[in-house]
Design a protein around this ligand. Structure first.
Ligand code: 5CA
Ligand code: ZN
Length: 426
């Protein structure tokens, strides 16, 4: 059983420790000109120029801290790390916000099933995630924010939705009325049957009596015996899933931020509900300028997921002595938008490639690297085409192996290119 936790709102009491991000990664500067970034936007179903000027703003949905960090999580956070690196190469300052869903049904269920206090489970898993992100050289968020530390802000948003008529009570719980947003459905573009199926599969309760619409989602769950709850401006209870992300995104980034990110399992309902709630709360549009979604990683033919338990953990691979840069390169060998399968041969290919690259940059001279750097930049600027970027480095390494070049700056430029743009330290 999850131990009962009753507390006042976190900020009011200052009881909840702030969750800390992980260490900064230094980025070498590169010569030449960066390229403007284009990304596939789920909402417009097209490639979109993501022009950020001197300041970029990105929100990426964070983990629910149990069973972290599997290779699927790592692939998703790596995708947004590449975007971060593209913007940094352009000289932009990046406000990068990531949440931790440290209060939600799946976390409480796992804690209860394993007889662990839900807070201890979350704390341990967040630390594991930080360590894995650090090992994989993922740039840390500028704000790493937990839902528990944001409960007062969440409750204020729920109160505002109630006051405007966009939210209503069902017994002691509060729901968002999806018809309050005329643009609902414009992130995912799914038909009604698909929306309903995803909603039911991904944490929704379409058939609860008393709801106005089947797709209306929970904003606030009133206190239940044996469940943690907090006192707030909407009474005692705990936040629903989507509104936690909305509160954190709006408080730390504001509306119309550049990229909302996550795996493609979050398109509906999570990012659809987030966009709607943000738009209804502020009366402004859009919630995010681009919605970018990473494909899902599978193992043995099925999506890698905590509920199925078919997981490959980053920490286990590291413990078994696998080079962290080989794990990163194995992930980069797949285009972020396609669903793909984790296999040993993918990892072996990455290990062999990493060895070739390291051998190629070891000599003091090499073939000119200017074209290679430009090709890597072009590939990544075109919707993060990592396979083309890797092929460009492969060509340079192959050239070096067959007819070594005499440019004294070249190996250094190649190392800095893989480091700054791909995050691979050679
Ligand atoms: N806490 C919520 C988001 S607010 C959540 O979805 N948490 S999660 O731990 O389940 O997933 C964290 C991130 O990893 C999400 O962006 C999710 O889309 C992504 N993810 C989960 N499973 C996979 C997978 N098999 N392949 C790729 N990405 C995945
Ligand atoms: Zn989220």
């Amino acid at each position: 059983m999850a131990r009962q936790f009753r507390g006042r709102s976190s900020k009011a009491q200052g009881r909840v420790a702030h969750v800390y991000s992980w260490p900064e990664v230094s980025l070498p500067a590169l010569p030449g000109a960066p390229q403007p970034l284009q990304l596939f936007d789920t909402a417009t179903r097209s490639l979109k120029s993501v022009e950020v000027g001197s300041h970029a703003r990105m929100y990426v949905c964070g983990i629910t801290p149990y069973d972290a960090t599997h290779i699927g999580h790592a692939a998703t956070y790596l995708t947004f790390d590449l975007i971060n690196r593209q913007w940094r190469d352009q000289g932009a300052a990046v406000s990068y916000v990531q949440n931790v869903t440290d209060i939600d049904d799946p976390l409480l269920e796992r804690a209860s099933a394993t007889g662990v206090d839900w807070r201890d489970l979350a704390t341990d898993q967040i630390q594991l995630f930080r360590d894995d992100m650090t090992a994989l050289r993922i740039l840390p968020p500028t704000s790493f924010v937990s839902v528990v530390e944001s409960i007062e802000d969440v409750a204020i948003k729920v109160r505002a939705l109630l006051d405007s008529g966009a939210a209503y009570y069902v017994d002691q719980d509060i729901y968002f009325d999806v018809t309050s947003d005329p643009n609902f459905g414009q992130v995912g573009h799914y038909d009604a049957a698909t929306e309903l199926a995803y909603f039911a599969e991904r944490g929704g309760d379409p058939d609860r009596p008393g709801k106005r619409n089947q797709l209306d989602c929970l904003l606030w769950r009133g206190t239940r015996d044996g469940e943690p709850s907090w006192d707030s401006v909407v009474g005692s209870g705990r936040p629903g899933w989507h509104i936690g992300c909305v509160a954190i995104a709006l408080d730390h980034l504001g509306m119309s931020f550049d990229v909302q990110g996550g795996g493609n399992d979050l398109i509906f309902p999570h990012h659809e509900m987030s966009a709607s709630q943000g738009q209804v709360l502020t009366g402004e549009q859009p919630y995010a300028k681009a919605y970018v979604h990473a494909g899902l990683v599978a193992l043995d033919g099925e999506k890698m997921s905590k509920s199925r338990g078919n997981l490959v953990f980053v920490s286990k691979l590291l413990e078994s002595g696998v080079d962290e840069m080989a794990i990163r390169l194995a992930l980069l060998q797949n285009h972020y938008r396609t669903d793909w399968e984790w296999t040993d041969s993918n990892l072996h290919e990455a290990q062999a490639r990493l060895k070739r690259w390291r051998e190629a940059v070891a000599p003091p001279t090499g073939p000119s690297a200017d074209e290679t750097l430009a090709a890597v930049r072009t590939a990544l600027a075109g919707d993060l085409d990592t396979t083309a970027a890797i092929a460009a480095i492969d060509r340079w390494a192959e050239h070096q192996a067959t007819t070594p070049g005499d440019d004294p700056g070249a190996p250094g430029i190649i190392s800095r290119t893989t480091d700054a743009l791909l995050g691979i330290a050679l």
